[in-house]
Ligand binder design. Structure first.
Ligand code: SF4
Length: 297
């Protein structure tokens, strides 16, 4: 705005100067013309000099006040317009400032909203983390308690046999021998006794009483029979004490029981097989022998 004003003022000054010069030269040329037509007095250098010093003529004197009046008029008009222009500028400036303030406020509000959203999100995440952590701790605590309870239960369940199993090696268990005793016969006898209780099984302590065996020997014998795959041991709580029930798994075949089997003297024994043409599945001799054996028992 300031630049436009300066340009206007400069332009106006230039026009004014030009107008002055044109007026001056017009007046001068008119004066020269008049002088040419009038009788020439002897030129006096001094007078000419005076003339050049005072170029004013009548016409110039007429135009000048008019020009000044015009200028005064223009100046007055400018003075009149100036407050309006200033008011307009002030209004525009105020509008611009208001717009800027509005934009700044909008930006601030937007920023505050983003910050609030971010904080809410972070708070939510933190809350979720705390929740997860609490759940994890509770889970760990429950697991720990469960493990401790299990351990206590296991300790309470611990029997003399469990300790023996820990103390003895596998060779010591499977190679167990009772002094002055045929262990094959002893094992068969114990298995036959256990088999008498069928799937129900019997308490090992009762069995050792019948066989007059100590708890230590009886327990080692039970472990041996279990390793041989003849019996299974089931841990049970009996009269507030944990002990084992012995159940038969495989009835031993005594050599005596197969002495009269027809297969030992069978003429077609070499051609006999489970899935062959000659097979125990269809053999009448073995069927008759089994029936007789069962009757004898
Ligand atoms: S099953 Fe019968 S056929 Fe086979 S070997 Fe025994 S007796 Fe002989």
């Amino acid at each position: 705005m300031g630049n436009d004003k300066n340009v206007g003022v400069k332009k106006e000054k230039g026009i004014r100067k030009l107008t002055d010069r044109i007026s001056f030269w017009k007046a001068k040329s008119q004066a020269d013309e008049e002088e040419r037509h009038s009788p020439k007095p002897k030129p006096k250098l001094k007078k000419i000099k005076d003339k050049t010093k005072q170029p004013k003529n009548k016409k110039f004197q007429v135009i000048e006040p008019q020009r000044k009046a015009n200028e005064a008029k223009k100046k007055e008009a400018r003075i009149k317009v100036e407050p309006q222009r200033k008011a307009k500028e002030a209004k525009i400036e105020a509008q611009r400032k208001a717009k800027e303030a509005k934009i700044v406020a909008q930006r601030k509000a937007k920023k505050a909203k983003i910050v609030a959203q971010r904080k809410a999100k972070e708070a939510k995440k933190k809350e979720a983390r705390i929740k997860v952590e609490a759940q994890r701790k509770a889970k760990e605590e429950a697991k720990k308690k469960e493990e401790e309870a299990k351990k206590k239960e296991e300790e309470a369940k611990r029997t003399y046999e469990d300790e023996l199993e820990e103390q003895l090696s596998e060779e010591e268990i499977t190679g167990f021998q009772l002094e002055k005793t045929d262990m094959d016969k002893m094992c068969n006898r114990v298995c036959e006794m256990i088999a008498g209780y069928e799937n129900e099984g019997t308490l090992q302590s009762e069995l050792w009483k019948k066989l007059k065996l100590s708890s230590r020997d009886g327990s080692r014998l039970a472990l041996k029979l279990e390793r041989m795959g003849m019996i299974t041991r089931e841990k049970i709580l009996e009269k507030q004490r944990w002990t084992y029930k012995l159940i038969i798994k495989k009835i031993p075949i005594s050599t005596k029981s197969i002495e009269g089997a027809p297969c030992l003297t069978c003429p077609v024994q070499s051609k006999c097989s489970i899935d062959g043409e000659i097979s125990p599945k269809t053999c009448q001799w073995i069927e008759d022998w089994v029936l007789i054996e069962l009757k004898n028992k």
